[in-house]
Ligand binder design. Structure first.
Ligand SMILES: Nc1ncnc2c1ncn2[C@@H]1O[C@H](COP(=O)(O)OP(=O)(O)OP(=O)(O)O)[C@@H](O)[C@H]1O
Length: 261
């Protein structure tokens, strides 16, 4: 469902170093990244700040074009077939909404139906289903800007799934949520994957999300894949540690540049 083969993405950054001087630096955000996610998998995508997670997600959704390598998502090249891909993928960014700020949630959903050309009956059925499981009823007619963070995230998840995509990509969906909202979002995602077979790629700094949801974990560091395996295999990388937090800290610091240099 998701295939990356030797994918790289670099950015050229220009910095002013004097009145007439500029320094050019190339940042390799992602380097030689290869992995496959099979249909129905639920994969956690972890990495320290600046590791290259968002850059990967932007390439998977066609927002960024890779500098090298090959990507296929649901059989499509994301940067060349962005519009077609939009009908086969759902994307949720926990830190920003894809909904219309001044419109009631319900109107945002109707606009999305129109944009994705979802059949009226399919839309009505899907909205009822999503409304029930995500408990959207009490705030469907509230403008998005008046929603609490937890309500807004549930609205964004529903919006990403109205067209019933086979792939869902989530970028920190539980960031800032209280324990109850977090549990509701996690339960929903687990059921979605188990019952509909939706393939899920989840980026998060919340290791509770990983522990509760992901059978497989990929860890990216300095733009390269540093680990790809099951949760027990991840734990086995640092046998002296007993918690996932400690194991992940161990992996992150193992690759960190020395402070002394
Ligand atoms: N548009 C850009 N121009 C220049 N550099 C960029 C750009 N986007 C990302 N980078 C750099 O690429 C590297 C990877 O960034 P990215 O946002 O993918 O990391 P991340 O793993 O998502 O981090 P975080 O967990 O902090 O969100 C960083 O060094 C970042 O500064």
């Amino acid at each position: 469902m998701i295939e990356l083969d030797g994918v790289g993405r670099s950015f050229t950054v220009r910095r002013r170093t004097g009145p007439l001087r500029r320094q050019t630096r190339v940042v390799h955000a992602v380097r030689d990244l290869s992995f496959r996610v099979e249909p129905g998998e639920f994969v956690g995508y972890l990495g320290p700040n600046g590791a290259g997670k968002s850059t990967t997600i932007k390439m998977l959704t066609g927002i960024l074009t890779p500098t090298s390598g090959r990507i296929r998502v649901a059989g499509l090249d994301p940067s060349r077939r962005r519009t077609t891909l939009a009908r086969r993928i759902g994307v949720v960014f926990g830190q920003r909404t894809t909904l219309w700020w001044d419109l009631p949630l319900r109107s945002s959903f109707h606009l999305i139906r129109h944009l994705y050309k979802v059949d009226h009956q399919v839309f009505a059925r899907r909205l009822t289903e999503l409304g029930e499981v995500l408990e959207l009823g009490p705030f469907l007619d509230t403008p998005v800007r008046q929603l609490s963070l937890g309500q807004r995230v549930r609205g964004d998840i529903a919006a990403a799934l109205l067209h019933d995509p086979p792939v869902l990509v989530l970028d920190e969906p539980t960031i800032g949520l209280d324990v109850v909202s977090k549990a509701a979002v996690r339960d929903f995602l687990r059921d979605l994957n188990a019952e509909r077979g939706t393939t899920v790629l989840l980026t998060t700094h919340d290791l509770g999300d990983i522990e509760r949801l992901c059978r497989r974990v990929m860890l990216i560091d300095h733009g390269s894949l540093a680990f790809d395996g099951t949760l027990p295999a991840l734990m086995a990388t640092a046998p002296a540690e007993t918690t996932i937090e400690a194991v992940v800290t161990h992996l992150y610091t193992r690759n960190a540049p020395s402070q002394a240099q």
